[in-house]
Design a protein around this ligand. Structure first.
Ligand code: URA
Length: 227
């Protein structure tokens, strides 16, 4: 719970500074202070804000970052391949509770993704009831045929395997084979399946916005902590 007293070794290990068993060794390295006073006893308790490591404030107790996902990284903790978390500092990768992506992007999709260890926030943003707007730019294999915007806006498009039609989505044509698409659901492979349903194929997909968050000038693989 934020702002309660924490036992040093438990708190530092939950933030990824050390493992629980390394706590004693870590404190012996003269790295930890409580209110500016060096401390060595892992059993001491303090408020999060009173503790420093190497004279720097601790990482936030709950951490949420916006990341510009590059292609080729997987939004999973366990699949084989390059995991999206490997783009973050090692200390953050060791946090407990773990950081998790807010929803998923396909391995070949680039752009905005939020990563958080705030389970309640993650649940709120990904719940089927959430109507967070996601904006994508897609490059298509074939030029548009002309009726896609109307079909996507109709609220009647039923994707293969789904019981309910998709909510209306807004399509903006950027060029004959490039579009911007605004959706407020997050069904599995939704954008690719939407274009599949109108006889086309997405060859590149980039998310430019998730709710109020955009890329904020971040380059591929770069991230920013959200307050
Ligand atoms: N829709 C897709 O098809 N893929 C993504 O990665 C995101 C939305």
């Amino acid at each position: 719970m934020p702002n309660s007293f924490k036992r040093l070794d438990a708190h530092l290990s939950s933030l990824g500074y050390c493992t629980r068993s390394e706590g004693v060794k870590f404190l012996k390295m003269f790295r930890v202070c409580i209110e500016g006073v060096r401390v060595f006893d892992p059993r001491l308790k303090a408020h999060h804000d009173q503790i420093t490591v190497d004279d720097a404030p601790l990482d936030p107790e709950t951490l949420t970052v916006v990341l510009h996902k590059p292609s080729g990284f997987i939004c999973s903790h366990s699949d084989a391949g390059k995991l999206i978390y490997s783009l973050l500092p090692l200390r953050w990768q060791r946090r407990n509770p773990k950081l998790s992506t807010v929803g998923r992007l396909d391995s070949d999709t680039t752009g905005v993704i939020l990563i958080t260890d705030d389970g309640a926030l993650n649940h709120r943003l990904t719940s089927p009831k959430s109507d967070i707007v996601k904006v994508y730019e897609a490059t298509l294999a074939q030029p548009l045929r002309g009726d896609e915007a109307e079909i996507f806006a109709s609220g009647t498009l039923l994707l293969h395997g789904e019981k309910k039609p998709l909510l209306p989505a807004k399509l903006e044509v950027l060029s004959p084979d490039k579009v911007r698409l605004e959706i407020c659901e997050g069904k599995y492979h939704q954008v690719k399946r939407m274009f599949g349903a109108v006889g086309n194929r997405v060859v590149a997909l980039h998310r430019i916005r998730f709710g109020m968050y955009d890329l904020q000038g971040l380059g591929e693989g770069e991230y920013k902590v959200l307050s």
